[in-house]
Ligand binder design. Sequence first.
Ligand SMILES: [Zn+2]
Length: 468
Amino acid sequence: MSLRFHNTLTRSVEPFVPLDAAGRTVKVYTCGPTVYNHAHIGNFRAYVFEDLLQRHLEYRGFGVHRVMNLTDVDDKTIRGAREKGVPLADFTAPFKAGFFEDLRALRIKPADQFPCATDPEHIARMVAMIEKLVADGHAYQNDDSSVYFRIGSFANYGQLAHLNLEELRPSGRISSDEYEKESVGDFALWKAHDADDGDVAWDSPWGRGRPGWHIECSAMATALLGDRLDIHCGGVDNIFPHHEAEIAQTECCTGQTFVNLWMHCAHLMVEGRKMAKSFGNFYTLRDLLDKGWTGREVRYVLLAAHYRLPLNFTFEGLAGARSALQRLDEWQQRLSELAATAKKSESHPLIAEDQFAAALDDDLNISAALGALFDLVRDSNRAMDHGEVSPEQARGLLDYWEQINSVLRLEPEAAAIPAEITALLEERTAARTAKDWAKSDTLRDTLLKHGWMVKDTKDGTKLTRAGG
Ligand SMILES: [Zn+2]
């Protein structure tokens, strides 16, 4: 059966049809973090879901071109920088670096590009898009000098969120101390500079100011992926107004359908409640690692619930992940021991059908996919008990596990060496072969900075996690 996904736009599960049927490269945009603090596990639920989507598309033979933005200028980042008394870029830099560390810990495949909203070429593109919207009557500069999108000018406004435009109109007279927009739903494309912004401002035809959050994503998505995307993802809380606004601005600029398939993942709760600092149930990934849980265990919990169902994150669930992973590790260990004498790989009747991938084809039905995997673990363990698995078949089962694991990425912690680390290690090996000891030492120090220790032994080079 073919791939099919739930489209927020139509509220139905549809067959997946890529824009570029021949090239088979799927263009995916995923809204990234606002770097004013460390991302919390609710944010990471969305990023793990997007990782599963990308890896399954790749499993099915598609190439994926994925872009994830970093929002490094908005109300929250500016407020944070002001409170700390540092320039905006200095304030956001450690959170950007921390985000990439967290992605590694959770084994999330990095996007092909991570544009930042403050990159000069993206600011220029935002200004150009707003100029076009103003020229075409879709936007206007208000008395407060900010520029707003005129939602009444876009007939499909409200379509993604399934909102009635009438509901967005004020029922009575709205008066505001500062200004009046034409419609209460009109959103800011360009925010005029005010004292709270400090030195965070760019020149524009409407005076100094800064972009609104929504136009940031429209500009970066179209700059890097083109006017039309296959898939745009985010959390359900992004649907309105953020994604609704992205559609309106972008389509009014390009005259084309912006996105074919909108996919959104549901909320994450912690211990049955909305996650909030005031409830004492607010966790970043770092908080969980500090408590002794591993990135792989957290990944398992975030991965194992269907993305469209609310996920109740609990410590019991983490403990459950730990024992599920132990079962997988023991199974692979047993298969590896049996396969040690195998000369080749042979299929086993238990894997005649790829039920794992078939389940994911159905709107990423991870519950059914993991169900199929754990049935295989149980049945093949039983078959090994009865001597019904040859070494060659054990090798075949391991090969199948490798395939599945290219999507799940649940291998034991020690084996998870990030690609960039492997690349650095290979570069160092090459330097040693060339007897370039200075370069070899520099690369050793670079690896150490990334948290990896290199030891040269008589059996070759060994790589271990520094400090553990
Ligand atoms: Zn976005």
